[in-house]
Design a protein around this ligand. Structure first.
Ligand SMILES: *[C@@H]1O[C@H](CO)[C@@H](O)[C@H](O)[C@H]1NC(C)=O
Ligand SMILES: *[C@@H]1O[C@H](CO)[C@@H](O)[C@H](O)[C@H]1NC(C)=O
Length: 477
């Protein structure tokens, strides 16, 4: 009889691949040979098979041994399934009601609120504990005495990993390229902004949403003008543009799918449409129109107008496969609808009646919060086991979460401060959720080892509460 450990190492590695973190740990205690095999190969193959994408952990993970990362992820997965997290505000409340935006890179988080950018840097960490988030800089983009010019669009763009280039759109229709420069000597702020106004993006309205991928920038203007711009040169030439002919809210650019596409959320009878992008050109007509199940079955003339405000894409390791073809969307009626562009759930009843536009595609999954029918303003995917969807709603600072493996048992939680605000922007990572209300940014952290020092200190004046299936529990803040 052949003993397990005398099998060739590449066979052993195959066997190890399917084990849980707990099993790997137990097995590594059984013999020296297995211990060293698991140290050299076991944990890294575990991490490949169980990837938990997270911007804010990127730098810490570079320093962690694979075993430490695997342990952190397994603990975070467990914390998600047992609703064990820490909620923290990231700032004191702002004055007035703002409509802030979030953007993130492996180096930092930025919050655009009013006409100011607030930067938070991801710090260093002791092994295996949630790395600190440190307030880095506050950069006002309006001169004192100038008319307020609220930020309406905000995105980091690819700059070879420097994470210091962003594009910002303003209410007054201007779009700027901003490059951050470190100024360690400046006491007030570790960063300053070098700003350039981008010409050529000039429809008659303001940027509602900015997204970027590789060296392409997608700008969506409020009345439906869309520009795809080459940002690799200072000429900023427009590659392609279309007009959606509707009040437009959100966009998602996916250039690395087998069929590259952009998806758009609008207020209309076709509130979620997908255009292919071939050789940097938008298709003339939508490649897919995504709708509610009810509307997808109606004849075109009877389809009701509704709105999509939030869009996201399934992360790697999502239970349905890490396909860029899975689109998650937040709707006016309070539902989060998930679509699989590969699916053939297209309704055929009106296939011939509308020659130029495709038949609407029905969702493969709809998620809702039975305690809130408020519109969904923002969505993001990630979380424990990479299988959660988070949605920010239009009122009472409610964030809802669902595990798509058991979509009926969602739960929701109010942002720290519990105000009446919408949750305007959300970012879900493996162990952290970032969100922002009209009053401030906040975080829920499901990682190990969170302490008072992990987040900027903010006077503790309020308490948070969590509602899980109707049950209200207090949360440490
Ligand atoms: C643009 O829309 C996407 C998808 O909803 C969202 O993730 C992003 O935060 C939005 N950005 C801005 C600047 O509104
Ligand atoms: C496509 O690009 C996105 C964003 O840059 C990235 O998160 C994703 O992993 C990529 N997907 C594939 C299939 O390469």
């Amino acid at each position: 009889m052949v003993s397990f450990t005398s099998l060739p190492p590449d066979i052993l590695i195959l066997v190890l691949e399917d084990l849980s973190a707990h099993d790997l740990f137990s097995l590594s205690l059984t013999s020296h040979a297995l211990h060293s095999l698991i140290e050299t190969d076991g944990w890294s193959s575990y991490l490949r098979k169980n990837s938990r994408p997270s911007y804010s952990l990127t730098q810490a993970r570079r320093k962690w041994a694979p075993r430490i990362s695997a342990r952190f992820d397994a603990d975070a997965d467990h914390a998600w399934s047992s609703l064990n997290f820490v909620a923290r505000p990231l700032a004191r409340p702002w004055v007035g009601r703002l409509q802030p935006l979030l953007a993130i890179t492996p180096t930092r988080l930025v919050v655009g609120a009013g006409s100011t950018l607030y930067f938070y840097k991801f710090g260093d960490t002791t092994e295996g504990s949630s790395p600190p988030v440190v307030q880095e800089a506050i950069i006002p983009l309006a001169e004192p005495g100038q008319r307020p010019r609220d930020i309406t669009g905000l995105t980091f763009v690819n700059d070879d990993g420097h994470d210091r280039t962003l594009y910002v759109g303003f209410q007054d229709r201007v779009v700027e390229r901003i490059v951050l420069v470190s100024e360690p000597s400046n006491q007030k702020s570790a960063l300053t902004a070098v700003r350039t106004v981008i010409h050529g993006l000039s429809p008659d309205d303001f940027v509602e949403n900015l997204t970027a991928q590789s060296d392409k920038l997608l700008s969506l203007f409020s009345e439906g003008d869309i520009f795809l711009t080459d940002i690799s040169t200072s000429a900023h030439s427009t590659l392609s543009s279309i007009n959606l002919g509707a009040r437009s809210w959100t966009s998602r650019l996916c250039l690395n799918a087998s069929t590259p596409y952009a998806a758009f959320g609008t207020s209309s009878t076709t509130p979620l449409s997908v255009y292919t992008i071939r050789e940097d050109q938008f298709s003339d007509t939508p490649f897919a129109v995504l709708h509610t199940k009810e509307n997808a079955n109606l004849p075109p003339g009877q389809i009701r107008s509704t709105a999509v405000y939030g869009l996201s894409q399934a992360p790697a390791e999502f239970p349905w496969g890490s396909s860029p073809q899975v689109i998650v969307s937040g709707w006016f009626d309070g539902q989060v609808r998930c679509y699989d562009l590969r699916s053939s759930l297209r309704c055929s009843s009106n296939a011939d009646s509308q020659k130029r536009s495709p038949t609407p595609l029905s969702p493969v999954l709809s998620l809702n919060n039975p305690w809130s029918y408020e519109p969904i303003y923002s969505v993001s995917c990630g979380g424990g086991s990479a299988s959660y969807v988070a949605a920010g709603s239009a009122r009472h600072s409610v964030v809802s979460f669902w595990d798509v493996r058991s979509p009926k048992s969602g739960w929701s939680v109010h942002a720290p401060g519990n105000d009446k605000s919408p949750v305007y922007s959300v970012i879900l990572e493996s162990s952290r959720f970032f969100g922002v209300t009209q009053s401030r940014p906040f975080v829920y952290d499901f990682g190990s080892g969170v302490t008072e020092e992990t987040y900027p200190s903010v006077p503790k004046t309020e308490t948070g509460s969590i509602k899980a299936n109707g049950l209200t529990v207090s949360v440490a803040m």
